[in-house]
Design a protein around this ligand. Structure first.
Ligand code: KG4
Ligand code: ZN
Length: 371
């Protein structure tokens, strides 16, 4: 099933979009083109991250992230233009993440994009970061080396599982810009829970990849971990399982619930850390896969896509492939974590399908923007 837009929207021409992303600790700029058949090509994906500066704290420090965005935003945009061998004259429109995210971080990207849109007289599109993660899956072609992209864009209706450090959501897209939020986390996002369990066990930030690595040495059934029961059919909770892991770790070292979590890394041995990583990873991933399967059965989508940093998880990809009746679509890990190309891709659809541009003199950040 393909969607044919040219008749509905008039003649379309190829457009080139620059996307800017600064919602968390990645300062990123990407360049994407969209042709008259809505095929999207990646031309640049420049990312500078302040991740190393946050490692010592076990999570992102908002003030440090914002300061680093100020230092990195112009170099990263220049890098994207250079990588694409393009100049501002080639760019047809600018897209920028205006929410959800950290206030100070979003502000750097949005004010930069507004200024550039005014200076270079380009239309500006405000993009929802979480929706952007879904659109990374619409990139099917690239001239850049080292990317493995899906061979075809997802088709509608499309079920999207967005799993990142800030979000855990299941969304049903009936078409571009027409979607229903089926469910989301009531507390921690899945990536955030990985990051916290990693901190508890002394594994480095970001927690998803370090837990995945440690889990390889552990027994994923070493102890039982209850899955949270939620009132909403498609809602998640990761705070309960995270606290259950804390209690388990305290019991493993022979202490009660008063034993401080910051003292756990030195008290746990490597085998115990590996078991905690393996059990938590299995249960957290099973939680999102259970709900994805439930939504698949109810809505019978034509495609299932995953997006967000945690979509790079091999365990998530394995469980989904094993349990879903259709193959889930996901993109290159370099486009799964925060990047400007996904923002440019959603901006490209907005520009090509004639969405109204934002006012570059007034586009505001929305740190709590939801889907
Ligand atoms: O999408 P993202 O880059 O930023 C947000 O929008 O939050 O996601 C970051 C999250 C972190 O919590 C990190 O632990 C997790 O994605 N992550 C992974 C992997 N790579 C990053 N989780 C599991 N497996 C990975 N390979
Ligand atoms: Zn993200």
């Amino acid at each position: 099933m393909t969607n044919v837009y040219p008749t509905a929207f008039g003649m379309l021409r190829t457009m080139i979009i620059l996307g800017i992303e600064t919602s968390c600790d990645e300062t990123a700029a990407g360049i994407v083109s969209i042709d008259d058949s809505l095929v999207c090509t990646l031309h640049a994906n420049a990312v500078l991250t302040s991740m190393d500066l946050h490692t010592a704290y076990g999570g992102v420090v908002p003030e440090i992230a914002a300061r680093e965005h100020v230092r990195s935003i112009h170099p990263v945009i220049e890098q994207a233009l250079a990588d694409a061998s393009m100049t501002w004259e080639d760019i047809d429109a600018i897209a920028v993440t205006y929410g959800a995210g950290l206030g100070g971080s979003l502000l750097v990207g949005v004010l930069t994009a507004r200024t550039l849109a005014i200076t270079y007289e380009k239309p500006l599109y405000g993009v929802n970061h979480v929706e952007g993660h879904v659109y990374a899956n619409f990139l099917t072609q690239t001239s850049l080396p080292g990317y493995v992209l899906p061979s075809a864009a997802p088709v509608f209706p499309m079920l999207a599982l967005i799993v990142s450090g800030g979000h855990s959501q299941l969304v049903l897209f009936r078409d571009h810009f027409e979607y229903t939020l089926l469910g989301q986390t009531h507390d921690d996002a899945i990536g955030e829970a990985f990051d916290k369990v990693a901190k508890m066990t002394g594994l480095p930030y970001p927690g998803g990849p370090s837990i995945a690595k440690k889990a390889l040495e552990g027994n994923d059934h070493a102890f039982t971990l209850p899955k949270a029961k939620m009132p909403g059919k498609y809602d998640f909770s990761f705070s309960g399982p995270k606290t259950a892991v804390l209690r388990q770790a305290q019991a493993m070292v022979g202490k009660d619930f008063t034993f401080a979590s910051k003292d756990l890394p030195s008290a746990l041995n490597e085998a115990q850390k590996a078991d905690i990583a393996a059990v938590f990873q299995r249960v957290a991933i099973e939680t999102v896969v259970d709900k994805t399967l439930l939504a698949y059965e109810e809505f019978q989508p034509a495609s299932v896509v995953i997006g967000g940093g945690v979509s790079a998880s091999p365990e998530l990809r394995r469980q989904l492939a094993e349990r879903l009746p259709i193959a889930p679509q996901y993109t290159d890990p370099k486009l799964a974590t925060d990047n400007g190309a996904m923002i440019a891709t959603l901006g490209a659809f907005k520009a090509q399908l004639k969405a109204d541009p934002a006012d570059p003199y007034s586009l505001e950040i929305q740190p709590n923007l939801s889907m």
